[in-house]
Design a protein around this ligand. Structure first.
Ligand code: DGP
Length: 115
């Protein structure tokens, strides 16, 4: 059996983390290395999918639930607007292979790259 991911360990209270939202299939924590005033990670409770490509193919409703939670967090913490980032693969910056969305809000204009 493989070890639980760092995110599952936070959800289970084995290591500290700030839980921002929790529902039956999805939860959100604050990123340990925030890049904006709101920088949350929205994560499915299952570890079955390693990235958003697998998730979109395997359970599009779960992906929709993640995006709904991202929007709720943006409404609560950042005036409703947000950037959503999925890193897919190590060369694209992914370091935790339990699918998660980065939700960034209240981004400083100077930090917005040109897209
Ligand atoms: P990625 O590089 O896309 O796989 O994103 C992984 C994110 O997880 C990264 O932005 C930092 C965050 N992270 C890693 N370890 C921890 C931790 O122990 N606690 C919290 N809150 N976030 C973590």
């Amino acid at each position: 059996m493989t070890e639980p991911s760092i995110f599952t360990r936070i959800l289970n209270g084995e290591i500290p983390g700030e839980l921002l939202a929790d529902d039956d299939r999805v939860f959100a924590i604050r990123d340990i290395n925030p890049q904006a005033p709101l920088h949350a990670l929205v994560i499915p409770k299952t570890e079955r999918y390693r990235d958003v490509t697998e998730l979109a193919q395997g359970d599009p409703e779960l992906l929709a639930a993640m995006i709904a939670m991202a929007k709720r967090l943006a409404d609560e913490h950042a005036g409703g607007e947000y950037r959503l980032i999925f890193n897919n693969g190590a060369s694209a910056g992914q370091s935790v292979f339990h699918v998660h969305a980065h939700v960034l809000g209240d981004i400083e204009e100077s930090k917005l790259v040109g897209f």
